[in-house]
Ligand binder design. Sequence first.
Ligand SMILES: Cc1ncc(C[n+]2csc(CCOP(=O)(O)OP(=O)(O)O)c2C)c(N)n1
Ligand SMILES: CC(=O)[C@@H](O)[C@H](O)COP(=O)(O)O
Ligand SMILES: [Mg+2]
Length: 640
Amino acid sequence: MTQSPKTPLLDKVPYPADLRKLDDRDLPQLAREVRDEMIDAVSRTGGHLGAGLGVVELTIAIHSVFNTPEDRLIFDVGHQCYPHKILTGRRDRIRTLRQEGGLSGFTRRAESEYDPFGAAHSSTSISAGLGMAVASDLDKTDRRVIAVIGDGALSAGMAYEALNNAGALDARLIVILNDNDMSIAPPTGAMSAYLARLASGRTYMGFRDFGKKLTAYLGKNVDRAITRAVEHARGYVTGGTMFEEMGFYHIGPIDGHSFEHLLPVLRNVRDNANGPVLIHVVTQKGKGYAPAEAAADKYHGVNKFDVITGAQAKVKPNAPSYTSVFAEALVQEAEHDDKIVGITAAMPNGTGLDKLASVFPSRCFDVGIAEQHAVTFAAGLAAEGFKPFAALYSTFLQRAYDQVVHDVAIQGLPVRFPIDRAGFVGADGPTHAGSFDTTFLATLPGFVVMAAADEAELKHMVRTAAAYDAGPISFRYPRGEGVGIEMPVRGEILQIGKGRVVKEGAKVALLSFGTRLADCLLAAEDLDAAGLSTTVADARFAKPLDHDLIRQLARHHEILITVEEGAVGGFGSQVMQFLAMDGLLDNGLKIRSLVMPDIWVEQAKPEVMNAHAGLDRAGIVSTVFKALGRPAAFGVGAAG
Ligand SMILES: Cc1ncc(C[n+]2csc(CCOP(=O)(O)OP(=O)(O)O)c2C)c(N)n1
Ligand SMILES: CC(=O)[C@@H](O)[C@H](O)COP(=O)(O)O
Ligand SMILES: [Mg+2]
């Protein structure tokens, strides 16, 4: 499909209010057109495809039955929200998805009144929805709140905290479980097995007898106490579902692609539910697009692709990805040490631990979307003498911070934290940027905090972490490919707390933590050419800091600049604090700290994609000239 698809019906329904005027019999055609539009758009932008394809009918049915945006619709994770965006006044911008100034790839409050809650990290929808449902009750409105959560997202503890509270509050909350039996990878855990039994064991209710059953339960004139007693008794006889035991009325499973199932159920719930309801819909991830349906990952996340063949644009890497370097190095170390085990939270492919699992299946654990559990599970393994590598994306590690502090750091347990997607991540935007890990780890007593400057350094850090048993240790590395540096056969064990000088100079010192080292070396060329002899050093450690190296740089240079892909409070702050405490600021040393700009932590601002936003060659050079009070015009070719 080279030109935009023909969508005569979709053209007439830019907003849900228009959609609600359609006859039910028009909805299957609308679904076909929404699918075509989404496939065409994502083929041009890349992004998340499979999940959205699986909820086209569900999204249409919800907007058809409920009075959105007055009724609140929350999508969990939000990666499946493209049909929702197409149907809520954003179709004209859908081809700006995940680009600077364009639509977010997830739901976002700042973007639309139809996005009552921002997402991107999973398993938040029921909690947020419950908050809104209680608000609606307190405000005495008859507003409905619908939370759509996937089976993968239901593996996170936060979802149970919310279900537990919702059942107790007897809140008017509608949870729609979108069960496609997929996470990013096939789902793991007992919950997914349970859902599979529910989806297979309980035959799809014919909506007729279901309608009778539902009205009997939900009918306004029926005393809920009696009904609940009856239901409870039925539960003893036929075994209520887990959700019913938690106080929800559990409806389903129903076919999430059938308007004959969806519409009467949603209308009945809309008109009669006065307590928490969970509607279990069964869908297919990638539905309606053969290449996605056939793919193992159901085209969860795709590059730009050819609509006809489904072939994705090959992004030809110049160097191995950091993820693959980590994975291969970990397998190599695991071959030398059978105490090494790997743990992922539903991201086996994204973290590269699928490689460890293929070689050592009994030593690799996918715990589901459960980062908090992953960290404390690793702590338990470490307590018994194993060497757990809990591989988590920086942004998702945020969810497990108390487990890092309370279960790992305070106990000094030697858990290893490979932190992938550290720093800028590009199109996923601020919700996925690895901004804070250095800040929240380098403040912890006893933690060793490293950052790889390139892929060779990453290999050294895997070896170093494997050998380090004195306490917790982390090493961060970015999304994407390395710099193509020559690789050692095996990593070396680094001396803990020691950095390295990579280039000697005399006036300006650039102290890099992580992969900005390459840009520091390029900036040094420009600065040398401008007569500003520049030293470049790789800190390697944010904790423990290399005090000797910092003293040497502070005493023998006029300017010291720290550079990192992280937020304020990280490496640069650690260095500043040391300089101040050591009295090294007294001799007029000019200090600058280059960090990720706040844009990455303020969801309200348009997302700046794929930019290093001042942490590049040009940004470093201009920072030096500003510090010297020299106008940039004197700057040499500071092109990136
Ligand atoms: C806290 C957190 N951990 C991991 C992820 C990465 N992630 C995004 S979508 C996804 C799978 C979600 O599965 P499910 O909820 O079933 O949705 P589906 O893609 O099947 O529609 C994961 C693990 C995330 N967004 N948030
Ligand atoms: C929606 C979600 O959270 C994941 O799909 C994430 O977008 C994956 O990120 P990477 O593409 O960096 O693996
Ligand atoms: Mg799923």
